[in-house]
Design a binder for this molecule. Structure first.
Ligand code: AMP
Length: 227
């Protein structure tokens, strides 16, 4: 399946995508992580993207689409993909459709993780991230200094530059103006599923799994009817 995890910054898309990746074995492709990885490797693309990211603005479509195209052509994506942070504009959504069609695939489901604005600001302004594994923590609920997971130890957690309150407000406005309109696009296609995103990580995870199972059952019934 090709799944888009959709929602504003701080809605938990990355956290849920990592859980779903482990559970289902589909590749987790996060556009923000791809940009940060480019920046870490000091590529021209990374340096250019950082200028937009630090201001809470979207990286231009042609750059983002090119980067995603390259990623989606890698073999690990063939079993299924969990897209996190892409698409964010109508041009990106249309490019994704064309790209998947070329691979005889399509967007099977868009999980819209709903979280209120107050909760988003609370989460993002206290968010700490591990540089190695990208797992996020909160200053109040998980006050670690270094990443406590088994996978990577030692690296200090850091606050993303674009998680400061002014940039968070800008990112939320960008989401409202440029990304939220895509909900209508996917709703008309019948692939949009709403998921309540303010429960515990486990509750939201179960809701995502439940939504995917329901879609899978619906698709099977559709296939049988077609036969
Ligand atoms: P994220 O890690 O998803 O919160 O993304 C961090 C930043 O990367 C965003 O605020 C944008 O500046 C940039 N970015 C990530 N994904 C995209 C995208 N699909 N289109 C344009 N810019 C993006």
């Amino acid at each position: 399946m090709n799944i888009v995890l959709f929602g504003p910054p701080g809605s938990g898309k990355g956290t849920q995508a990592r859980r779903l990746e482990k559970e289902l074995g589909w590749a987790h492709v996060a556009s923000g992580d791809l940009f940060r990885d480019h920046f870490k490797r000091r590529s021209d693309l990374g340096r250019m993207a950082k200028r937009y990211m630090d201001k809470g603005r979207l990286v231009p479509d042609e750059v983002t689409i090119g980067m995603l195209k390259e990623r989606l052509l890698r073999p690990d994506v063939s079993a299924g993909v969990l897209l996190d942070g892409f698409p964010r504009t109508m041009a990106q959504a249309e490019a994704l459709d064309r790209l998947l069609a070329g691979l005889r695939r399509k967007v099977d489901a868009v999980l819209h993780i709903r979280v209120s604005d107050e909760e988003l600001v609370r989460r993002l302004s206290g968010r700490l991230i591990c540089r190695e594994c990208q797992i996020s923590f909160h200053k109040l609920s998980k006050p670690f200094r270094s990443c406590p997971t088994d996978r990577c130890q030692g690296e200090f957690l850091y606050q993303r530059k674009d998680d400061d309150p002014a940039t968070v407000r800008k990112r939320l406005k960008t989401y409202e103006e440029q990304t939220e309109p895509l909900l209508d696009y996917y709703d008309r296609r019948g692939v949009l599923v709403e998921v309540a995103g303010e429960g515990t990580v486990e509750e939201v995870f179960q809701a995502c799994l439940g939504a995917l199972e329901k879609l899978d059952r619906k698709a099977r019934v559709g296939d049988q009817t077609a036969c």
